[in-house]
Design a binder for this molecule. Structure first.
Ligand code: SF4
Ligand code: SF4
Length: 253
């Protein structure tokens, strides 16, 4: 069972941020086990395909200079998702087709410096943090990732949506515009930002040994508040109310 969640992006920002930082730290450590060849300055994966949660967008926006924000907002053509990761998983499990994404030609990410480095590296979203390859993309023509890491990435996209209780999902540029409008008193959510929801049963097999162990490591991760990731996640969701029990995500420990 899953539950739609009311949009309320300001809900528990500081608490959700602690989870987000824990998740970022976790994926950084996990990636070290795969022998990826990515290095500073290698940047063909840095494109305008920048879909995020509103929690991540707000965290990133805090360090954007006015020039960088203007550079992002000047971009007119970028892709938009037709559904959130959890909505997509939910619909697929129902045998239904998710709404189509709104595709666009991809260009270089506006946050790249002239030296091909990320100007928001410490706060880059998950979509950038799971981008790795076993061989240089310029040689192989695409990123080469082991299935275990791909599965973990998909799972984390579901989890990062789930932990951003009350938030929305969409392109970073739309998120930044929305946050700016919210600060100016706007009440409405633009139609191209999609309400986050809880994860249904995961699209990846819970029997998968690596995924089960990795999720267990994440859930047991001790956060600065002294709570584990799982305890903190549960508290944030309980505090928001109106949720239904999860299945696989609740069972893992
Ligand atoms: S994913 Fe590919 S393009 Fe991106 S840093 Fe790694 S090797 Fe380079
Ligand atoms: S935000 Fe940074 S890491 Fe992500 S695509 Fe842009 S330049 Fe690359």
């Amino acid at each position: 069972m899953t539950a739609f969640i009311t949009v309320k992006p300001d809900y528990a920002y500081a608490e959700k941020l602690e989870l987000l930082k824990g998740l970022y730290h976790f994926i950084e450590n996990e990636a070290k086990n795969f022998g990826f060849v990515c290095s500073p300055g290698c940047n063909s994966c840095c494109t305008t395909y920048l879909w995020t949660t509103s929690l991540e967008a707000r965290y990133l926006k805090e360090v954007l200079t006015p020039e960088l924000e203007a550079r992002l907002l000047a971009l007119k053509e970028y892709p938009r998702p037709g559904s959130t990761p959890n909505t997509m998983a939910f619909l697929l499990m129902q045998g239904k087709n998710p709404p189509e994404d709104q595709m666009a030609n991809l260009g270089p990410c506006p946050l790249l410096s002239s030296e091909n480095l990320c100007l928001a590296y410490e706060r880059r979203p998950l979509t950038c943090r799971v981008m790795f390859s076993k061989t240089k993309c310029e040689l192989s023509g695409e990123a080469i990732m082991p299935p275990e890491f791909l599965g973990l990435s998909s799972l984390l996209f579901q989890l990062i949506e789930e932990l951003d209780v009350g938030g929305v999902y969409g392109h970073l540029i739309d998120q930044i515009k929305f946050l700016r409008d919210l600060e100016a008193g706007a009440q409405e959510v633009p139609e191209w930002l999609l309400g986050n929801r809880e994860a249904p049963d995961l699209a990846y097999s819970p029997e998968e040994e690596y995924l089960r162990k990795a999720l267990s490591r994440l859930y047991r991760l001790k956060l600065p508040s002294g709570k584990t990731f799982k305890e903190h996640l549960d508290e944030i969701k309980e505090g928001f109310g109106q949720r239904e029990a999860l299945s696989f995500l609740d069972e893992i420990l």
